[in-house]
Write a protein that binds this ligand. Structure first.
Ligand code: MN
Length: 195
């Protein structure tokens, strides 16, 4: 059984305003993430998944055709907790050298990340990951899919489901992506994931 208190926000709900409102965080963390947790608990009860860790559930359910709903909800719990850790008050600013160098410069990194995050059709996620060779890569996943199901190590995540930005940005996803990089991304957390 999982509980929302295991996945707390690392800052006050109003701390990212005006870039991300308390209304968005109240709904996104307090309702959307909570619903994924509740669904996962209900779906996995009395199954082989009931006693697994979150990561074990994801890795075991990805290839289980009878556990698609369990995978979707478990992956969304992981993705959201990871994404909320990627946000920080007074975040953003200069792209760290480790990230910039891997993509041929800060501007190239931003361009590539913005293009990837903008190109997600419908609901999904934009990521920076470490691939199996240890190289930093930008990728996207659709719906609930998550890099850890594919042997990749997540470094940075941006939720581009409409519920992540619609209250604050309506249809302007590009503005949300740019503001994430300029004012919200928690580079300390991202750099810890590269080490
Ligand atoms: Mn979300």
């Amino acid at each position: 059984m999982f509980n929302l208190t295991q996945f707390p926000l690392q800052f006050d709900e109003s701390a990212l305003s005006p870039h991300m409102s308390s209304d968005t965080l109240k709904c996104h963390h307090g309702k959307h993430l909570a619903a994924y947790i509740n669904n996962l608990n209900d779906l996995s009860a009395n199954t082989k998944y009931a006693d697994m860790s979150l990561v074990e559930i994801i890795k075991n359910s990805i290839n289980d055709n009878n556990a698609t709903k369990i995978f979707n909800n478990a992956a969304q719990v992981f993705n959201h907790d990871f994404f909320f850790h990627c946000l920080a008050p007074n975040g953003g600013g200069a792209i760290p050298d480790d990230v910039a160098h891997a993509f041929g410069g800060a501007e190239k990194f931003c361009d590539e990340f913005k293009l990837a995050a903008s190109s997600v059709f419908g609901s999904g996620w934009a990521w920076v990951v470490l691939d199996v060779s240890g190289a930093l890569k930008i990728m996207t996943t659709a719906n609930a899919d998550t890099p850890i199901a594919h042997g990749l190590r997540p470094v940075m995540a941006l939720d581009v489901w409409e519920h992540a930005y619609y209250l604050d940005y309506q249809n302007r996803r590009a503005d949300f992506i740019a503001t994430f990089l300029e004012h919200m991304v928690n580079w300390n957390f991202v750099c810890e994931n590269i080490k």
